[in-house]
Design a protein around this ligand. Structure first.
Ligand SMILES: [Cu+2]
Length: 255
């Protein structure tokens, strides 16, 4: 009797193993998609398509409704619950009707990739505002770039754990990042919260077979306009990892 039971168990185990889904090969190309929804009532939205092959990612983001002619930091966030914060104010810990970048981290996690227009894409560039796209005069951002990510980031993307977050919005509707709109940034008290609070968010999920990959529409890449964040502006260099956003341009210029 005892033996019979054991034999049954021994038989059952391999079946369980066999029926488990085989993990996709790390080299196989895979396409993911995200719908970016507004955070903080920014009025912005967008879509993103990410193609990953090995550790090479091609990222397309098309957003609208962002604060015009201002840079918008954007990242892959990974960690937390791998979700965007909910629409209710439950995540707004400080209860000030604003969701800061930090307050959103239990949902979308920390910054793992900086979606810059050129150069470094590591978390070290999280704050390299001069290398993030600026929205056009109509508030649109069109981003397209292919670059390498570390293995751990690649596998998180494949697992559907990456969340795209764009930052920067205009609480008081005066057309610029300033302290009057939301006070100081949680990331750097010298900076306006408007420059760093999240404005759109969307989780990257595997696209259905033959879906996104075929279309590929609207691959408008970053034109030179988007990189010109104002002549002679004291553009910000990225500080070391973990420093605050260096969006001092507005403040230096006085505008
Ligand atoms: Cu971010």
């Amino acid at each position: 009797m005892k033996n019979g039971k054991l034999a049954l168990l021994a038989f059952a185990l391999p079946i369980g193993v066999l029926t488990a889904a085989a993990p996709a090969s790390a080299e196989e190309s895979m396409t993911l998609h995200a719908d970016l929804s507004a955070l903080n009532d920014s009025g912005a939205r967008g879509t993103s398509t990410v193609m990953i092959e090995g550790t090479s990612v091609t990222v397309e983001i098309e957003s609208s409704g962002l604060l015009a002619e201002q840079p918008h930091a954007q990242h892959f966030h990974i960690g937390g619950t791998n979700m965007c914060p909910g629409p209710d104010a439950a995540d707004d810990i400080e209860d000030d009707d604003r969701l800061s970048t930090t307050e959103g981290q239990p949902s979308y996690g920390g910054i793992k990739t900086s979606l810059t227009t050129e150069g470094d894409t590591s978390p070290d560039s999280a704050l390299a505002v001069e290398r993030f796209p600026a929205a056009e005069a109509d508030g649109s951002v069109s981003y397209h770039r292919t670059f390498e990510v570390p293995e751990d980031v690649a596998s998180s993307i494949r697992a559907g754990e990456a969340v795209i977050v764009q930052h920067g919005l205009d609480y008081n509707g005066n057309g610029e990042y300033d302290m009057d709109g939301g006070g100081e940034s949680d990331l750097d008290p010298e900076l306006p919260a408007e420059a760093t609070d999240p404005s759109t968010c969307g989780r990257l999920t595997p696209a259905p077979e033959g879906g996104m990959a075929a279309g590929g529409g609207g691959t408008g890449s970053q034109g030179p306009d988007a990189l010109m964040l104002g002549s002679g502006a004291a553009l910000l260099a990225a500080a070391g990892a973990g420093a605050g956003f260096l969006v001092r341009r507005r403040m230096v210029q006085g505008h």
